[in-house]
Every structure is written in structure tokens, then in C-alpha cells.
Ligand binder design. Sequence first.
Ligand SMILES: *Cc1c(COP(=O)(O)O)cnc(C)c1O
Length: 392
Amino acid sequence: MKDLLKRTWTEIDLDRLAANVDIIRERANGRRLMAIVKADAYGHGDGVIAPELCRLGISFFGVSNVEEALSLRRAGVSGEILILGVTPPELAPTLAEQQLSQAVFCTEYARSLDAAARAAGVRVKTHLKLDTGMGRIGFRTDDAAAAAEELSAVSRLSGLKVEGIFSHFSVADALDPDSEAYTAGQQERFDAIVLRLQKEGLPLSYIHLQNSAGIIRHPDPLCNLVRMGISMYGLSPSRDFDGLLPVKPLMEMKTAVAMVKEIPAGCSVSYGRTFISERPMRVATVPVGYADGYRRALSNRADMLLHGKRARVLGTVCMDQLMLDVSDIPGVKAGDVATVFGSSQDAVIPVEELASLSGTINYEIICGISRRVPRVYFRGGKPIETVDYLLP
Ligand SMILES: *Cc1c(COP(=O)(O)O)cnc(C)c1O
């Protein structure tokens, strides 16, 4: 294993990944699982997470773009890979050669992809993407008959091999009655079109609609595949869903104290002098900042854990460093490990705490941990592998 240079790093528990997948598999109730590993596996490192998922029996992956798909192939992932977003049509030969499936979301795009595929003498595997209410990419579905007609025309394009159909929820993570009704409407529009296409004999091997929130709250009897994202990483799709599925977070983020100093009253800390001490204090500097993904909005607001106790961020978060109040935590010294999020002894700082203090969601915090932060993977409580993007 590569040595960890103990500046700032994340620890990722692969045993928890296995446990989470088991929990979701049970909830999916016989449907196949697609693991969503876009955005470097939500910041967890797709080069390790995807092969680990293969070992756990997952053979279908979802990514956002062709680069991510190729990165999975390079990591040795041989299963099905669906690209959920657009790929330039001229890459049709790459899609075919690498056996990648491409979302097809409007007739214009389908025709371009088909033309490029036929010009190269290949066929591209595709899933039809419906817009049932997300308002993002997808065939419009207001008129089921018209949509079914458009979709069956696309399925006859000889450069494309339609294997699946899917859509995406926009408010499945909210449990108020309006949102639940909207989600039910999306599902109805989806089902109506799938049933029409099935009646016409279109071979749809993969029918999928559920994201994490959908898996937990909106199962669809027509679907035979679900797309697990945030829940696989052990986090909740929203605060409404806290505790609805007993998954546990895989990731913790840590840093090591660079220096501890005593300051008198009236001393300012960090850029802009947004913090001025009112009494003598002990201040620890830690080498983590917004360039690591620790958001500047957390200045003067968030805590880290040292020796199982909370230490408040003092002043503005810098690009590469920030200061903590350790006045009430005895014995803190250079080299001590601080938990940025995760647990230390009995104390916990959930990702969601940092998300709400900085006005965002857990997804954005974990995806925002930058590539200069090494990922250390654990199994059986022991580190087994370190990925350092800067020192490959
Ligand atoms: C990201 C994404 C998912 C996963 O969503 P989670 O809420 O993380 O489970 C599923 N489907 C599509 C189309 C996505 O873009």
C-alpha cells in the first residue's frame, strides 16, 4: 500500500459498501441493481469502488459521460455501462467498440447518433430516456400515443440497438403530499408509455425509473432495474428520508493539526479579520481549505472533532488551511488527527451538518472533495489501499 502523506485525506469503508448494497438489494425486491458511479463514484473514487461493486455481484453501472465510462473500462469493469448524459454522436464508434450503452433523449440526437454509427458500420446500444417531469433531457411524454409513436420510430433506426427505457424523478426525495402526487404522476406517464411499447413488441430488456428515493418510497412493478446512487454511499437522498433505510456512510474526512498557538484577547484570525478573540485562546491550524472541498461558507460556523470534542472553525476558511478553537480541548498538539466529517470517539459530524451550514446538500459536499485529497480504503477496519490522484 502506498504511504499516506498525512495532510488531509478521506477514509472509505468497503465493508459498509457491501452492507449497503445488501440492504438496497433486499429493498429492490428482485429487481437488478445499477450502481451509479458518476462523478468519481460521488467522490469515493470509481477506480476502487466500481471493481469492488463487481466483486459484490453488481454488473450494471451508470455514469454521466463517456470519459467516466472509459475510466471504468480502464479499471477493468466489464459489465454493462449506461451513459446517462449526452455523448457527442461522432463518438459512436467508441461507444460500440467499448460496449457502452448511450441514453437517447430526442429524435434529433437519435438520428445523429444513428448516422454516425451507420457511417462507421457499427450499432450503438441505447436506452430511451423519457422526460416525465424532470424537465431535463428526454422525450416529452405529455401525449402517450404521440410519444410511443416517436419512440418506436427511433427504435427502428438501424444504427441503434434499443435495449432499455428509463426516466428520472425530480421530487421523489420529498414526502409532502404535493411532491408525492407529482412523483406518482411521473410514474404513471412512464408506465403508460412502457406498456404501449411493450404491446407493440419493442424488446425492452431494461426498464428503470427509481433513484435512491424511488427505491425507498416509490417502487414500480413494471421496472426490472433500479439506479442506486446516494443510498449506496450510505447517505440519505434528503432530510425527509433520514433513517428510512439503515445504510451507513462509507466516507469520513480527516486532517492533521499543523500547529497550535496561544493568542491573547483582541487578536484577529484569518483573511478579512472576521474573527477577533475576546479572551486568550488556543488555536490550531489544520491544512484543509476550500481547494480541498471544505467550503468557504463554513467560515466561523462549522466544527471539526479533535479527541472526540467539537472545535469551532475560527475566521475565514482559506484555500489550503483553516483555524480551529481548541481552547477547551486539552493536550491538542501538532500531528493530532482532526475529523472534518465522520466520527471521533462518541462524537459525530455528519456530512449533512456541513451541507446545511453551507446551504447545500450532502451530494454536493462529497462530490466536491477535490482530487488533491487522497482516498484511503478500509476493509476489516484496516487500510488496504490508498489512491493519491497527485502521486499516481
Ligand atoms: C444521479 C442519478 C441517479 C442516482 O440518484 P441518487 O439520488 O443518488 O440515488 C439516478 N438516475 C439518474 C438519471 C441520475 O442522474
